[in-house]
Design a protein around this ligand. Structure first.
Ligand code: PEP
Ligand code: MN
Length: 341
């Protein structure tokens, strides 16, 4: 249920209503708005009618049901956009006017590779460095990542360039070590419904980028985001990375419909990954431009100094000069849709 407080309601009123919600067995999530405060009461749907009695309080304007199955992720609860802040001052803000580009190799492979790419994507205008240390590979015989050594190399690249770092975490018991060395925790497509992992990153104090699963509907994806939000972590970024269809000309089908649909349904920032979405470097620039034109708040792009030697996802990785050219073209699209880059 959504409990909207009257515009003159005090902090004591908020605390009082929160206490009553807790006493009824629900968890209050308060959103402090510019004009008024809204409290989402989250819990077992059965018996939610009891919450309606709060309407009799002087400070409460209305109590209405949240119609969507996802609650805290819904625009019904929060009309304004969620801004996710990463890095140190000046912070990078994801979900605001700026299109935030996250770029780097699929996998961290060596010290030289990650530092070289980090400097070059930064020079081209990327605001976040990406790189996988724990890799979700289809085959158990494929390169699985440098693991903790890779995390340390990412942290070194962050120290050298000042770029915040995003990297994937695949297991609940690795969340602490990944969070220690990175700024954004990436949940990969294959783990979008790994509910114990989602609960665990809900408790982590770091923003989470949640990729769409290759067979996940938008509603299922938002319910996965809900696990993280309900766990107490409000900083969730959604990433469309392509879904499975009958089409084989590309690796996946990048569902750009998802961008405006998500913008309507949720206040969370939306990022597009044209690298996994297409699987071929020569389509990445077009789909990066299309993603920004569709309203995405950012891009996640794979860049490798020598894609032909990459240990994972070489065919879809851009060389640094191609990435710089992409940035120039995406910047023009950003301007056309009244965004900064
Ligand atoms: C990745 O970002 O390298 C990755 C493995 O992505 P996804 O989970 O979308 O396949
Ligand atoms: Mn990859």
């Amino acid at each position: 249920m959504i409990i909207v407080l009257k515009s003159g309601a005090s902090e004591a009123d908020v605390a009082d209503v929160e206490g009553r919600i807790r006493a009824m067995g629900y968890t209050p999530h308060t959103i402090h708005g510019e004009l008024r405060n809204v409290i989402g009461a989250i819990g077992d749907d059965r018996g939610k009618e009891r919450l309606r009695s709060l309407e009799s309080l002087e400070c409460v304007e209305s109590v209405t049901p949240i119609l969507q199955p996802f609650k805290l992720a819904s625009r019904e609860v929060k009309r304004g956009n969620t801004l996710v802040r990463v890095g140190s001052v000046p912070q990078t803000v994801i979900g605001g006017r700026e299109i935030v580009v996250m770029a780097g190799p699929c996998s961290v492979e060596s010290r030289f590779q990650v530092l070289d790419v980090a400097h070059r994507v930064k020079a081209a205008g990327a605001r976040v460095l990406r790189g996988g240390a724990f890799k979700p590979r289809t085959s158990p015989y494929a390169f699985q990542g440098l693991e903790e050594e890779g995390l340390k190399l990412l942290a070194e690249a962050r120290r050298e360039t000042g770029l915040p770092v995003i990297t994937e975490v695949m297991e609940p018991d690795k969340v602490d070590v990944v969070a220690e060395h990175s700024d954004i925790l990436q949940i990969g497509a294959r783990n979008v419904q790994n509910f114990s992992l989602l609960r665990r990153v809900g408790e982590a104090g770091k923003p989470v980028l949640l990729k769409r699963g290759m067979s996940t509907s938008i509603q299922e994806w938002l319910l996965s985001a809900e696990y993280v939000l309900a766990g107490g972590n409000p900083n969730v970024i959604l990433c469309e990375r392509g879904i499975r269809t009958f089409e084989t000309a590309t690796r996946f089908t990048l569902d750009l419909n998802a961008v405006p649909v998500l913008k309507k349904l949720t206040h969370l920032p939306v990022v597009v990954d044209p690298s996994h979405g297409t699987g071929h470097w020569e389509y990445v620039e077009s789909m990066a431009m299309a993603g920004v034109a569709a309203g995405a708040d950012g891009l996640l792009i794979e860049v490798h100094p020598k894609p032909e030697e990459a240990l994972s996802d070489g065919p879809q990785s851009l060389k640094p000069d191609k990435f710089a050219a992409l940035m120039g073209r995406v910047r023009k699209i950003a301007q056309a849709v009244d965004r900064d880059l």
